[in-house]
Design a protein around this ligand. Structure first.
Ligand SMILES: [Zn+2]
Length: 287
């Protein structure tokens, strides 16, 4: 009975892809999230890179230990909303409530939040005003829109005839889900694809940001790609840091730190810790 409910709901939302995607996630979640994070921390240490994890706040509060570990390892945690919902489907009030609740949740956990990426990179046009109101420093999802994706530098929006204090970061099209789930790329091809984009970015002396979800990139077969791309970027003179560091430094100095000629920002959203979190989200829309 319950199972038929699952499938119907999933098919309504995703069509015939649903069972396949569910199986995929089930397999991925066989690797405990703690292991996924350890794999990523190790690869980044080898490659001398840092990482930002936009994390669903409702998930973060279930495992504050894991979120604190991210920060203690020198990486950044950002808000990915309180619930993993498409913001455009919410009313303006509910949108603000979800966003504010995410910030409040992190505040209670003692985690400082400077950045944001909306679930599914899905924004409404009025969201820059919302991010401004809550004094967010950087946004890492609005820049996925086709008109901003190809930008090579941070950008701002005009709000009331003034540039926003929130800094927007273009988000590259090569995400792990596109490379792995859609194109079926091997780890070698992923490294090659990302390295090519990084090489192009090095010539712009600007910034390049990827969304590489830990659930896929932290798996033993893929985590080496993170090390590879950091090593490659560093050999070209990159600064592989967190968005907060990069944005604050750029605002103060209008250049990258030290001798760095461009900036690589590795990010990856955390939507669930375990498969049951994922199921719960897909099956019951949490309010
Ligand atoms: Zn997400």
């Amino acid at each position: 009975m319950l199972r038929i409910g699952y499938i119907k709901q999933l098919q309504k939302r995703w069509g015939r892809r649903a069972p396949k995607q569910m199986l995929r996630m089930m397999r991925l979640h066989r690797t405990p999230f703690q292991t996924i994070l350890q794999n990523i921390f190790g690869a980044l240490e080898d490659g001398d890179g840092r990482f930002a994890f936009p994390t669903i706040a409702a998930i973060a509060r279930m495992r504050p230990d894991l979120v604190r570990e991210i920060v203690n390892e020198g990486h950044e945690v950002a808000s990915h909303g309180y619930n993993h919902v498409r913001y455009p489907t919410l009313s303006a009030n509910d949108r603000e409530r979800d966003f504010a609740l995410s910030l409040q949740t992190y505040r209670k956990l003692g985690i400082e939040i400077k950045g944001f990426r909306a679930p599914y990179d899905n924004y409404t046009d009025d969201m820059p005003a919302l991010l401004e109101k809550y004094k967010i420093v950087w946004d890492g999802g609005f820049g996925y829109r086709t008109e901003y994706r190809e930008k090579t530098h941070f950008f701002n929006f005009n709000l009331n005839d003034r540039p926003s204090s929130v800094t927007y970061i273009p988000l590259n099209i090569w995400s792990d889900d596109l490379m792995i789930d859609v194109h079926g790329m091997s780890p070698e091809v992923i490294s090659k694809t990302l390295k090519e984009s990084i090489t192009q970015a090095s010539r712009t002396e600007g910034v390049i940001m990827f969304d590489l979800h830990p659930i896929r990139m932290g798996q033993p077969e893929f985590v080496g790609c993170l090390r590879d791309i950091c090593v490659h970027a560093n050999s070209l003179g990159a600064w592989c840091t967190t968005p907060s560091e990069a944005v604050n430094y750029w605002k103060a100095h209008k250049k990258w730190k030290g001798d760095s000629s461009f900036c690589l920002l590795l990010t990856g959203d955390i939507d669930n810790w375990v498969f049951s979190d994922y199921l719960r989200r897909v099956i019951w829309k949490r309010k």
